[in-house]
Design a protein around this ligand. Structure first.
Ligand SMILES: C[S@@+](CC[C@H](N)C(=O)[O-])C[C@H]1O[C@@H](n2cnc3c(N)ncnc32)[C@H](O)[C@@H]1O
Length: 219
């Protein structure tokens, strides 16, 4: 999607993707990755997710990347955190304790902007990308975190012709096509979530699954 689409979503508060609670899959499956405490976790397209706080509470240094300054400001405001801000040539970086949010375009980041990253948490980031951008997203992730990493990936699957994204449907086959050259992939959950998602039923879906994967670099 173009940046204006997302800026408009935040402007108009059309953020149905945002959860007020920590994502249950994060709590359940992150410990299985055994990512060392004290290491750095990247959260691409982070929005104002409370998951950033949970990760910091587990002892990680957390770097989120988010296009919308409204989202970044809302995150620190809602969490009651006072952030220091600095401006670089491409980004505004807000930091409070172990949490840094890089405000700007994920595709403009370089590995040097992030430093060494040990793990990635992608909830609703890959599925925010239209099909033609997903290979670029995966390539960018790979170039940003070339060292071995672990990851948790949460995606949605439905019949794409029944609804326009985002969120886009990303099948387990597509996840494997996109990621298996770089990561070992283990699907940990495949849940039918249509019943509890009236807004997607109203948009015409008769199937909606949430998939949770653990990733581990092959190198
Ligand atoms: C579907 S939301 C998911 C947010 C978050 N991961 C969550 O679980 O609540 C996708 C987010 O990505 C942001 N975004 C979209 N394109 C981006 C880009 N190129 N660079 C950085 N952030 C982007 C949007 O502003 C939006 O907040």
């Amino acid at each position: 999607m173009e940046p204006d689409f997302w800026h408009g979503r935040w402007q108009d508060n059309l953020i149905g993707f945002h959860l007020d609670e920590v994502n249950p899959y994060l709590k359940e499956h992150w410990p299985e990755l055994a990512v060392p405490r004290g290491s750095r976790v990247l959260v691409p397209l982070c929005g104002k997710s409370v998951d950033l706080v949970w990760l910091a509470e587990q002892g990680y240094e957390v770097i989120g990347v988010e296009l919308s300054p409204l989202a970044v400001a809302a995150f620190f405001d809602e969490q009651g955190l006072k952030a220091d801000k600095r401006v670089t040539d491409r980004f505004e970086i807000w930091q409070s304790g172990a949490i840094s949010l890089i405000c700007g375009d994920f595709f403009a980041l370089t590995a040097a902007d992030l430093g060494e990253v040990s793990a990635v948490y992608d909830r609703a980031a890959l599925i925010a990308m239209p099909a033609n951008r997903r290979p670029d997203y995966v390539q960018q992730l790979k170039s940003l975190v070339p060292a071995p990493i672990k990851g948790l990936l949460v995606t949605l699957f439905y019949e794409q012709e029944q609804m326009e994204g985002p969120p886009f449907a990303v099948s387990s086959d597509e996840v494997r096509n996109l990621l298996s050259a770089t990561y070992e992939i283990e699907m940990r959950q495949n849940l039918d979530i249509l019943e509890q998602n009236a807004r997607f039923r109203q948009r015409g879906l008769n199937l909606l699954e949430e998939h949770v994967y653990l990733l581990q670099s092959r190198n």
